[in-house]
Write a protein that binds this ligand. Structure first.
Ligand code: FE2
Length: 178
């Protein structure tokens, strides 16, 4: 939300084991200019769904599907469906194919998940981003359609003004602030 905001140098850590062994992600707690620390967010290249298991802490998952133009390309600023889901340990979150996804740590501890995303171990740089994921659309729009922000000590949503349209949304009971 705020590219100039101050925060920890590293926001989250990933240990990659792939679909058989699973991948672990650990988020730092905290906020950057009121926005909770989150994963970058991505869309999958190709037809690929993913399951996340919430292990520890408190978080909010954001899922969004973009509208498609006549040529079959995603329209960066037109969201056909948006979902915000507050999550707790023991919960399982399914990221359907076509839905971009990210998770934010809204608690005061580390937030920990496991997921079954496939991993390409042939990559030369082990710290690179996963090859099946598309981060460009999220970068272009500076995030998803809403930011997860702290408001009076609790999680709330703040609209990302760069998006022109959201056709359908389920905000998971979270308030929206200006
Ligand atoms: Fe993913």
């Amino acid at each position: 939300m705020d590219p100039n905001g101050a925060g920890p140098a590293i926001h989250y850590y990933m240990i990659r084991g792939g679909s058989a062994q699973k991948n672990a992600t650990i988020w730092e707690p905290g906020t950057i200019s009121f926005e909770y620390i989150k994963t970058y967010g991505h869309y999958h290249a190709g037809d690929l769904s993913e399951t996340y298991w919430i292990v520890y802490g408190q978080g909010v998952a954001l899922l969004q599907k973009l509208a498609i133009d006549e040529k079959g390309n995603m329209i960066p600023d037109d969201v056909s469906e948006f979902k915000a889901i507050p999550v707790s340990p023991g919960q399982e979150i399914f990221m359907p194919s076509g839905f971009g996804h990210l998770l934010a740590n809204t608690g005061e501890t580390y937030f920990v998940t496991m997921d079954d995303s496939p991993v390409d171990f042939e990559e030369r740089d082990p710290a690179s981003l996963p090859g099946h994921a598309n981060y460009e659309l999220v970068k272009k729009m500076q995030g998803f359609a809403y930011y997860v922000v702290e408001h009076e000590g609790l999680p709330a949503l703040k609209k990302n003004p760069r998006y022109k349209n959201i056709q359908k949304e389920d905000l998971g009971g979270l308030p929206v602030i200006e």
